[in-house]
Design a protein around this ligand. Sequence first.
Ligand code: ADP
Length: 469
Amino acid sequence: MKKGSLITKITLWFSLTIALISVAAVFITIAVGNSVIRRGIRESLVATVLDNYDEIEFYTEYDRLEFDDPYDVELEYKNGYIEIDDDFIRSVNGIDTSLFDDNGLLYGDGTHFSEEKTPPFQNKTVSIVKDNGTTYYVYDTRLSFPAMEGGGLWLRGVVSAEYSISQVNTITKAVLVLLPFLMLLAVVGGYIISKRALSPMLDIRKAAEDIENGSDLSKRIEIEGGSSEVRSMADSFNAMFGRLEDSFNKEQQLTSDISHELRTPVSVIGAQCRFSLENEDTKEEYAEALELIERQTKKMSRVINDMLAFSRIERGAAEIQKEKLNLSECVSSVCEDMALIREKGITLESDIENNIYVDGNFELLTRLTVNLISNTYRYGKENGKTLVTLKKNGDTAVLSVKDNGIGIGKDDIEKIWDRFFRSDSSRNSGGTGLGLAFVKEIAEIHGASVGVKSEKDIGSEFFVTFPVL
Ligand code: ADP
């Protein structure tokens, strides 16, 4: 147990509380027990005497005696016979019951007191008598039989108050013997439970340290057992590590993608400069070289802009503001604007169902539609056709952008959504290879899925399926 560790603190706190509770429990037991037992002993004195009272009868004729039990006691007395049933208990729980008449003891163990201390009979009263340093409770009850001549009889019960104290002492002793064991059990149990409960925390700390030391973001916290709270904490940490790893990987990918994409134009510019410096003489030749350099520069600038916009969306996906948006209006207005392009003589037609609402971001959904339509111009054939449709289908709405352009080869179809992918046939199209990656990212932000059907030289159809509001 390390000093100051959480386990030590919990165990100490646990032990201290248990000790305080135990001491309080002992005091309460002694105090309450004493008074309860004292009260209890008075009540049982009265009850015992009254029970015995029912077991005494008086008969004037001997024949009337009931000899139903060999243990019954018969006493010849005055003008008849006293019958004491065998259920009469002379001594029980420290209570002695005896039968007296005005002259003295008739049956039982008699008085416990010296002559001068013997209390007078008092009908149905508990009195306290002190004799020889001992306190006694005394309870008398009068027995009168109409057939009996002369005065009646008295039944007296006596019990020593020490008897109750000895009972309290027995309980106290039992508590005092049991208590250290119970405390030991509580402390050991508390230590084991807190150690077990906290051991997953140590796993978590270890995993965090491993990540920090080794920069291994793929490491996760593995917990066997542990409480559900600790497991859910570990899950949250794992989710956080997952997000960190994901964004770290994205960052790395971005850096390598950008440097890869910029390497070619930078090399081309460098080579062109060297060549021109060494070979070109005329103004026209220099102008041609500069045009090539300008084209490469524009390309680099497009890559940088697209890449920055893409990474901004990718990184800030969680903060993007969305609202109830009329997707039909958004797609219609893009179609209207882009129909004016008429590049390569391509015509754009649209069939858009009205008032389809989604939870969306206007700028991003405009960008998604623009990117899909731009590709139909870029990869379309002369005098081709583009058809944009938006239709509701149950809980979803499907945006389709279809063309009769150059189509996509089977080998490429899986890769077109990757950043910077361009098929061999479209290398010189002027695109950056980020258009469809944008489409996919924007779709994901909106909980939508993307798909494509395409056949080489026949045409392509891109789908985006949105959940509708
Ligand atoms: P780019 O900037 O090159 O257009 P995209 O991500 O938009 O990048 O597209 C990736 C690749 O997918 C393109 O280079 C092209 O080969 C293919 N592609 C995309 N749209 C179409 C289309 N409508 N018809 C044919 N090929 C397409």
